[in-house]
Design a protein around this ligand. Structure first.
Ligand SMILES: CCC/C=C/C(=O)SCCNC(=O)CCNC(=O)[C@H](O)C(C)(C)COP(=O)([O-])OP(=O)([O-])OC[C@H]1O[C@@H](n2cnc3c(N)ncnc32)[C@H](O)[C@@H]1OP(=O)([O-])[O-]
Length: 194
């Protein structure tokens, strides 16, 4: 994946929003930094390649709760502000789960205010990823139901571990959750709305 990004940079390929890559100056080579606010989202930025590796790290199944979604949005903002960052690989620190999707406990028995705040954070996560100027790659290294699939769809490229046990898909209707309109209109059935 890093090689894919490097190759894109060498060929001068454009990102989704017309961003053109260029080689990094020698002075920045081999520089790395890491950040994580609450350790649910780990980011390792390699300035020599311009590629950031972002790992979801919320065991046991990387649930996307309000805290994790907020941390994700902040991490994306930091990377967007880093002029050296050209690409992002989004993956999981867990061995067999990319993410189990939205934490359904955030929608169960909670106040309307909390649920509103939670869904706003879900939309913000999608906006940050889908609207990113970075070249984004989802490295799906395990199960990826519901919002895990949404995250993968929001990236420019998706690569999934070659294991028949792992599944990916939008299964939220089985839980009585309707896919948000912005997901349907922008990614699933765009031709219907253009
Ligand atoms: C598209 C836009 C809308 C999106 C909607 C969604 O994302 S809707 C969501 C769509 N997502 C799904 O439908 C995911 C369904 N989950 C799965 O398919 C499996 O958990 C797995 C295959 C991801 C991992 O299998 P595994 O054998 O490695 O792990 P395990 O199964 O033993 O789980 C460990 C613990 O996590 C708990 N927990 C899990 N998920 C959720 C959740 N979403 N929430 C809360 N809790 C959840 C589980 O109950 C258990 O708790 P316990 O008993 O320890 O207190």
């Amino acid at each position: 994946m890093a090689a894919l990004l490097k190759q894109s940079a060498r060929l001068g390929l454009s990102g989704r929003h017309g961003q053109v890559f260029c080689r990094l100056p020698w002075a920045l080579s081999f520089q790395r930094y890491m950040f994580n606010a609450n350790k649910k989202i780990l980011v390792e930025m390699d300035k020599s390649t311009g590629v950031a590796l972002m790992k979801m790290a919320n065991p046991p199944v990387n649930l996307l709760n309000l805290e994790t979604l907020t941390e994700f949005a902040i991490s994306m903002e930091k990377l967007e502000l880093d002029k050296d960052c050209k690409g992002l690989i989004l993956t999981s620190s867990l061995s067999k789960v990319f993410t189990a999707g939205l934490d359904i406990m955030e929608m169960c028995g909670k106040s309307p205010e909390h649920v509103t705040e939670f869904w706003r954070a879900v939309q913000e996560m999608w906006l940050k990823l889908y609207g990113s100027n970075l070249v984004t790659i989802a490295a799906i290294n395990g199960f990826s139901p519901g919002a895990g699939c949404l995250m993968a769809l929001a990236c420019d490229y998706r690569i999934m571990a070659d294991n028949v046990k792992y599944s990916i898909g939008l299964n939220e209707t089985q839980l009585g959750i309707v896919a948000p309109f912005w997901l349907v209109t922008r990614e699933l059935r765009p031709s219907l709305f253009s």
